[in-house]
Unconditional design. Structure first.
Ligand SMILES: Cc1cc2nc3c(=O)[nH]c(=O)nc-3n(C[C@H](O)[C@H](O)[C@H](O)COP(=O)(O)OP(=O)(O)OC[C@H]3O[C@@H](n4cnc5c(N)ncnc54)[C@H](O)[C@@H]3O)c2cc1C
Ligand code: SF4
Length: 562
């Protein structure tokens, strides 16, 4: 191998990038991480709803960088709308550590069945379901490693659906739980359901420079000022930097991976903070820009052997994009309907609910008409406490806009009479031909690179299973005595849970990556964000992204000589 600036260049510093950077730096290799966004530290994170949820502080301004989302119009035709017009924001976290800075840290492993959906349930018409090229057993040691390195807090409560594990329990005790968690346990017990205790990627005890959770009440969508949240930045990259072998370059937007006429990547071109085009070369290149942006970068990286984009000679890059399907519901726990002591504890803000149901991970229910099918989980949580968005919902009444005194009274009631308990159901977003990433022919970002055009077609089965799970969530809310219970499920993708686009698999004709997440036809290119997933499972993705990235880091070590 020729002399290069670094052994490994990682592009994107989130959940997919961090494990590779740390593992390789600890193993003695030199690593550079290119990250498009800024490098925040704990002191930069504060609980400001305007900054975190209503303005583009941790994400780009949509007029500078956007997506074009293709949805079906009333005539059934695919129509693209730029997100600068719709304000439907598909960015999550664009800073060192990526979206993992802002996640809620509900952590779930995939279950063994997720690795062989096709063999287990057979084909579903209109869906591109396949088996994974690896099994749960191959991934288990890396899930276990994530518990220890990222810091997962929990207490194992096994049931028949619990996935096999090599450690007896979690390395950190559970995060502090709200009294309502016990009420959910009882309600589920009465219904014959097994409420599981949800592990959290949040430290319940301090570790090194990271403090334990401070139970701020504002976790998901907010950066963590204690370091307790297991972001790629706090848990991995800060450590990687201390090895002296990992350099992080924030404000570095990868523009193109340049490849030679043998099909190897030779260098990456990127724009620095001043907009200057720079280059860095390395022996191995790892792309981890989050699924949509990873496909976009590969598609723009044409070269002598790749006229349609890097690793895209079979036209697979961007195909079979996945989101997460499911449903949601909520009910009001009314203080006045509870004994005073229960009402008092219900008001407590900060501790977590940490309860979910996985009884229907595989549904076996002839009576409902579903029969035996892949199901999912139902996760309970309190309504997000964001005051502006909560208040915003009160402004409309039966006769139009509410203002003045009636609005004040409505706001008072809204914030003081009850507490809203929610659930979110997660099930597989089936891979389909009409869900993919391409390049938009007309719109560019501020660096003149074409933006990603994302078609968001879905399979009807997503809704059928999501409805089934939402109905189970409603049963629990009813058993809890909640009022004004409502639930819904929608075909719209949740923009924060995205995977697929660069499937891994054995067949180079139908997949982009091999079982080690190395591009089939580019020997020194790996992809380690959620892009590799050919099917998504029925849980949020991040534990699996972290675990797989550690697994791939091990393969890269071997390729570099061990
Ligand atoms: C509010 C919220 C709550 C969430 N809650 C949960 C949860 O409870 N449980 C769970 O499992 N998951 C949760 N997630 C999802 C989780 O954050 C993601 O699954 C995970 O971070 C994805 O990892 P990634 O590496 O693919 O992308 P990211 O972590 O987003 O990292 C990608 C990085 O690449 C950078 N990048 C992109 N393009 C370029 C380029 N051209 N050049 C250089 N850098 C680039 C981006 O700026 C970004 O920093 C949540 C997400 C959000 C936003
Ligand atoms: S201190 Fe705890 S609650 Fe607050 S953001 Fe960090 S992990 Fe979440």
């Amino acid at each position: 191998m020729s002399i290069t600036d670094f052994d490994v260049c990682v592009i994107g510093s989130g959940a997919g990038g961090g494990p590779v950077a740390l593992s390789l730096a600890e193993a003695g290799y030199s690593v550079v991480v290119l990250e498009k966004g800024p490098w925040f530290t704990e002191k930069d994170f504060y609980k400001d709803e305007l900054a975190c949820c209503r303005r583009s502080v941790y994400t780009p301004r949509l007029k500078d960088e956007q997506h074009v989302i293709e949805d079906r119009d009333d005539e059934g035709e695919w129509t693209g709308t730029p997100t600068s017009e719709s304000e439907w924001d598909f960015w999550n976290g664009n800073c060192v550590g990526g979206s993992s800075n802002l996640m809620s840290g509900f952590f779930h492993r995939l279950k063994p069945v997720d690795f062989h959906l096709l063999s287990e349930f057979g084909p579903v018409k209109g869906a591109n379901i396949v088996d994974w090229p690896i099994s749960y057993d191959d991934m288990e040691p890396w899930y276990d490693m994530v518990e220890k390195v990222i810091g997962v807090s929990g207490k194992l409560r096994s049931n028949v659906n619990t996935e096999p594990r090599s450690s007896n329990d979690f390395p950190y005790p559970p995060t502090t739980e709200h009294a309502v968690s016990g009420w959910i346990d009882k309600a589920c017990g009465k219904l014959g359901y097994n409420a599981l205790r949800v592990p959290r990627a949040i430290l319940s005890q301090p570790e090194g420079a990271r403090r334990s959770c401070e139970y701020s009440g504002y976790c998901g969508s907010y950066g963590c000022s204690s370091g307790a949240k297991g972001s790629s930045r706090a848990a991995l990259l800060d450590k990687a930097v201390t090895t002296g072998r990992c350099e992080i370059r924030p404000h570095s937007k990868a523009h193109k991976l340049v490849s030679d006429n043998k099909g190897r990547v030779t260098l990456v071109e990127y724009y620095d903070r001043q907009g200057q085009l720079k280059q860095v070369d390395a022996k191995i290149f790892v792309v981890a820009c989050q699924a949509i942006e990873t496909s976009r970068l590969l598609l723009t990286s044409t070269g002598p052997r790749f006229s349609n984009g890097l690793a895209n000679n079979t036209g697979q890059v961007g195909r079979n994009l996945l989101f997460s399907a499911g449903g949601t519901g909520n009910g009001e726990l009314v203080y006045a309907e509870l004994p005073p002591d229960k009402a008092e504890v219900l008001r407590q803000v900060g501790p977590f609910v940490n309860r979910a149901l996985d009884d229907w991970y595989v549904i076996d229910d002839d009576a409902s008409g579903i029969g035996r099918a892949k199901g999912g989980i139902v996760e309970f949580l309190f309504s997000h406490p964001n005051p502006i968005s909560l208040a915003g919902r009160t402004k409309r009444g039966r006769n139009g806009l509410v203002w003045g005194k009636p609005l004040k009274r409505k706001l008072e009631a809204w914030f003081t009479l009850d507490r809203v308990l929610r659930f979110e159901a997660f099930n597989d977003w089936l891979p389909v031909d009409d869900c993919f990433v391409s390049l938009d022919a007309n719109i560019q970002d501020i660096w003149n690179d074409p933006v990603a055009r994302v078609r968001i077609g879905y399979h009807e089965e997503n809704l059928r299973i999501g409805r089934y799970l939402a109905d189970r969530g409603v049963e629990v809310l009813e058993q809890l005595g909640a009022s004004s219970i409502g639930s819904s499920n929608s075909s719209s993708p949740p923009t924060n849970l995205v995977a697929g686009g660069c499937r891994f698999g054995k067949d180079p004709a139908t997949t982009v990556l091999d079982a080690d997440c190395r591009a089939h036809d580019v020997e020194n290119l790996f992809v380690t964000d959620g892009s590799f997933m050919p099917t998504g499972g029925s849980v949020p993705y991040t534990w699996t992204i972290y675990a797989n990235s550690f697994r791939v880091a091990d393969k890269i070590k071997s390729q570099l000589g061990g």
